[in-house]
Design a protein around this ligand. Structure first.
Ligand code: AMP
Length: 582
């Protein structure tokens, strides 16, 4: 327990709804992934994520139940039932087939949160192609790296985002088609592109879903590492068993829920929990096109009577900043579950939630590679503020020493590992099997995080084991930022770190040395900032750039980001025996 933050008891009898997981220990005993599989519709052992999420509901009693309530940025609302969703995704599937897209090809989506993004995602899965989302705030460079690495065949985008694609299109020979969702923006489509409406509107509403098996590819998400460019973590259709089970027991989804996941589908939370968990559980999902705004968010919860809300620590900290009189102006009584993921949730936030929403915020932990929630706080279990909760039933997540021995002593710190396999486990890093294999050792999957486990099995996040930056819940590879910085003629070398930030946890900070003939002028700094924003986009570009005389490096020439960070924070420099510096 963190001092000053005692355990928050949960009285099951006084919860607004009896939770799906009543007793964690009992479910852990009785849980079986086969039982979860059996709750889905898998004739002859076939499984397709789109069928589990949409068609099995549309073909039954849920045909007229809203699947999506879409709140446009201009505040008009569109509602799509599971029946509508099936028809629209079938049309996309037929349109893609019509273009000759085959099972296993990579189809990228670069779009803001509009209904066509969701129709496209499931249309892609229905033909057995691999759905690969991109964050709309990426600049051309991150888009190019990801599409190139996956050898994508198609990019589905919008007129507003198309210029980023056009900027790098000539460098992407694998891309055969760019499909533009133009009708919502009233834009015309250039002859070299394909207008979404022109191929989807006339397409048939009937489609027979590709007969995919459990181990066929389904979704690819890019994630950042310390070295090298982002890696494509590839998942299979079997992952839906994990999304379904964790939606049911970790998010406690129940049939009449109005569920809101605030994550963008450009990141894994926006797909696994923005789409796959809610739809496989047949609930109604609210989707907001607009970004964060405290008043708007409270209003949406009130107006749509949101019951289960899954958001992120940065957003919660921003809500905390906007004060407690604001939420008091809204009726938030529909909320029965508030969850959080993506970065450490500070104990103050858990306690704040307990006051403002009359329930503690339930933190849980997982990552792109795990595909679904691995440990969680559950509505029926006591909450220890600052802890990520306990392992999901059916998953063995624990803490080990350097040799891979499980640490049994309470509060001992070690590597956070998961025992493979589990249904939503990634199956490769696309075209980088070696790196994938390196994540599995001693019978464990190494998550790259460090943690502690207490005597009751609650897991406490300590930090990452690498230099990857977590800014507002989005991972950024320092290498990706450094690579773009050194392309600028004035920059000789670059080292990039995460600088602690009160709201976003970390912001990206770059240190550069300059080439001869260049000096630190306001014009150059503006130019460097623009260079990064234009190339990387606001989601990745550094918030701060500092010029220094020399970058600390190891004798083998590797930039010591750890040291840059220690110096930035005024912390002890630790072991500098490998340092090569004047
Ligand atoms: P991503 O793969 O982009 O979803 O990022 C996953 C990483 O975010 C994890 O490996 C952690 O470093 C961090 N993370 C996710 N959830 C939590 C959490 N609840 N507490 C602390 N860190 C988290």
């Amino acid at each position: 327990m963190i001092e000053g933050y005692p355990e928050i008891a949960r009285d099951v009898a006084s919860l607004k709804r009896a939770p799906n997981l009543g007793d964690w220990a009992a479910l852990r005993e009785s849980f079986s992934w086969d039982d979860m599989w059996a709750e889905l519709d898998t004739p002859g052992g076939l499984i397709n994520m789109a069928h589990e999420c949409i068609d099995r509901h549309a073909n039954g009693a849920n045909a007229d139940k809203p699947a999506i309530i879409w709140q446009a940025a201009d505040d008009h609302v569109e509602t799509y039932t599971y029946g509508d969703f099936k028809r629209q995704s079938n049309k996309v599937a037929n349109a893609l087939k019509g273009l000759g897209i085959e099972k296993g090809e990579r189809v990228f989506i670069l779009s803001d949160r509009i209904p066509e993004l969701y129709f496209s995602c499931f249309g892609i899965l229905k033909i057995g192609a691999i759905m690969a989302p991109l964050f709309s705030a990426f600049g051309p460079e991150p888009i190019k790296e990801r599409v190139a690495r996956a050898e994508g065949s198609v990019i589905i985008t919008t007129p507003k985002l198309l210029p980023k694609v056009n900027a790098i299109r000539s460098q992407l020979p694998s891309v055969r088609h760019v499909i533009v969702i133009a009708h919502r923006e009233g834009a015309t489509v250039a002859p070299e592109d394909i207008d979404y409406a022109s191929i989807v509107d006339p397409a048939s509403e009937e489609f027979e879903v590709e007969r995919t098996g459990a181990e066929d590819w389904s979704v690819m998400h890019f994630t950042s590492g310390t070295t090298g460019l982002p890696k494509g973590a590839a998942h299979v259709h079997n992952a839906i068993v994990g999304h379904y089970a964790t939606g049911k027991y970790a998010l406690d989804l129940q049939p009449d829920d109005i569920y809101w996941c605030t994550a963008d589908p450009g990141w894994v939370t926006g797909t696994s929990y923005g789409m796959f968990a809610p739809f496989s559980n047949g609930v109604t999902a609210l989707i907001d096109e607009a970004g964060f705004a405290a008043r708007r968010w409270y209003r949406l919860i009130q107006d749509h009577r949101v019951t289960v809300w899954y958001t992120a620590p940065t957003a919660i900290r921003l809500l905390m900043r906007s004060g407690e009189s604001l939420p008091a102006q809204f009726d938030l009584s529909s909320l029965r579950f508030v969850g959080s993921v993506g970065e450490p949730l500070n104990p103050e936030a858990v306690v704040w939630g307990n006051r403002v929403f009359e329930q503690p915020i339930l933190d849980n932990w997982w990552q792109t590679e795990t595909g679904s929630i691995m440990c969680a706080n559950y509505p029926s279990q006591p909450v220890r503020p600052g802890s990520m909760g306990r392992p999901f039933p059916g998953v063995h997540v624990t803490v080990v020493d350097d040799e891979g021995n499980e640490l049994t002593e309470p509060a001992a710190e070690g590597a956070l590992v998961v025992q493979p396999p589990w249904p939503s486990m990634f199956r490769t890093y696309w075209n980088d099997q070696e790196r994938y294999d390196s994540r599995f050792k001693n019978g464990w999957y190494y998550t790259g995080d460090r943690a502690k486990r207490d005597e009751d099995g609650y897991i406490w996040f300590v930090g990452r084991d690498d230099d990857v930056i977590n800014t507002a819940g989005h991972l950024v590879s320092p290498f990706e930022v450094e690579s773009v910085l050194i392309e600028h003629p004035a920059v000789a070398e670059a080292g990039v770190i995460g600088k602690p930030d009160e709201v976003a946890m970390e912001v990206v900070k770059a240190f550069v040395t300059l080439n001869e003939g260049h000096s630190e002028t306001p014009e150059l700094m503006r130019e460097l900032n623009r260079h990064c924003r234009d190339r990387l986009g606001p989601a990745v570009a550094p918030r701060e750039i500092a010029v220094i005389d020399i970058l600390p490096k190891t004798r083998s020439g590797k930039i010591m980001r750890r040291l840059l960070k220690a110096r930035e924070l005024g912390l002890p420099e630790g072991d500098t025996s490998t340092l090569e510096e004047d």
